[in-house]
Design a protein around this ligand. Structure first.
Ligand code: ADP
Length: 360
């Protein structure tokens, strides 16, 4: 069984004839798909009518074909986007002057960074962060998600992304979901899920900093950050590593809402960052037979508390098995639920009010 890593290794021997670097390093390998004995490789070229495209396609076909007997190798050629090309040019020039180091930090232009936090684990913070990203993408914003919650691979799983990020001269390239959301997660960099253990502690903040500096996000309207659960040190350390525009708090009716909202408001104050609002998840369930609405955990106090602490209440979200099913299957992007509309609208307003970004 051929692995994607083997294919990428083989492709590292294919040089771009003009740029004199290998096509993996240049970020030209868009996709490698392995279905049984069939290997589909998509190469993004710097120029659509690149005169040397036949040579690249042949070289790719040859090195992948050599990986095993009876392989069917299909090479598709596509063009880099204007944005990718402009950045690639900049980088290749910058590389000549400055030598080493990823230039991503000089190239990224991110308008707003919004952190999604919770008082404790399991209240649906990652799901809400994913649905926020999905809603903003549906509104045609350019969206990235930075998964800073190392307690589980929720974000890649919910959004159906599993491939490890590729490296390019621009920086680490975040994988993209079906609808075009860019994702970066420590969990995508680990060979085994259990390896997350070694990331506990201050290492996480270092990794988040690296995701900020070394990942080539390009031009984004919004980067949604899925925070570690809780309002304690881990969350604060991650927040301090990023220039946040605002914070969203996810609660559940089981929370001691006053304490959770107070802590979140304190943290936001400490960071000098506005608390955009509070969303209460798992607020109720609708009986599939009689349509009656049950507040299983009692009436939540989140709304009252949000108002008491002077922040917006952005709605109650019910328990919906379709959300769990689509999330588990990696298809949360197909999920529709109007209950997320106030949250999406509030964050959209924050993005609209943010100043045009400089590269950072
Ligand atoms: P957290 O990030 O707070 O730990 P997750 O987003 O990973 O929580 O959610 C925990 C579990 O609860 C997941 O299986 C998710 O699909 C499910 N879930 C979250 N919110 C809802 C909801 N409103 N309805 C149904 N299932 C939900």
């Amino acid at each position: 069984m051929i692995t994607k890593e083997q294919v990428l290794d083989a492709l590292r021997s294919v040089m771009d004839p003009e740029l004199h670097r290998n096509i993996v390093e240049l970020g030209m390998v868009r996709e490698v798909q392995i279905v049984g004995k069939t290997i589909n490789v998509t190469i993004a070229l710097t120029v659509a009518t690149c005169p040397l495209q036949d040579q690249i396609a042949q070289d790719v076909g040859r090195v992948v074909d050599a990986l095993g007997d009876d392989l069917e190798v299909r090479v598709a050629l596509t063009a880099m986007t204007e944005e990718e090309k402009a950045h690639l040019r900049e980088v290749l020039q910058a590389g000549k002057q400055q030598g080493s180091g990823f230039p991503a930090a000089n190239l990224n232009r991110i308008k707003a960074v919004v952190a999604v936090m919770s008082g404790k684990g399991g209240v649906g913070k990652s799901t809400v962060a994913a649905m926020l990203a999905v809603g903003l993408r549906r509104a045609d914003l350019r969206v990235g998600v930075l998964d800073a919650d190392i307690t589980g691979p929720s974000i890649p799983k919910l959004l159906g992304v599993a491939e490890p990020p590729l490296s390019s001269p621009l920086g680490i390239m975040p994988p993209t979901t079906a609808t075009g959301i860019k994702i970066m997660s420590i969990n995508l960099m680990l060979e085994r899920e259990e390896d997350a253990v070694i990331w506990r502690g201050p290492l996480i903040a270092g990794a988040i900093q690296q995701f900020w500096n070394d990942v080539f996000w390009g031009d984004l309207d919004i980067l949604v950050v899925d925070m570690p659960p809780g309002t304690s040190d881990a969350a604060l350390t991650v927040m301090q590593a990023l220039p946040l525009t605002g914070i969203v708090l996810v609660t559940s009716p089981q929370d001691l809402a006053e304490m959770v909202v107070r802590k979140a408001a304190n943290m936001a104050g400490h960071m000098n960052t506005p608390l955009i609002g509070v969303v209460e998840n798992m607020s109720y369930v609708i009986c599939p037979d009689c349509n009656a609405r049950f507040e299983l955990f009692g009436k939540g106090k989140s709304e009252e508390m949000a108002r008491a602490f002077g922040t917006a209440f952005l709605g109650k979200i019910g328990i919906d098995s379709r959300m769990t099913q689509l999330g588990d299957a990696g298809h949360i992007e197909a999920y529709e639920n109007d209950e997320f509309a106030p949250l999406v609208a509030a964050v959209q307003a924050v993005v609209a009010a943010a100043p045009a970004p400089d590269s950072h």
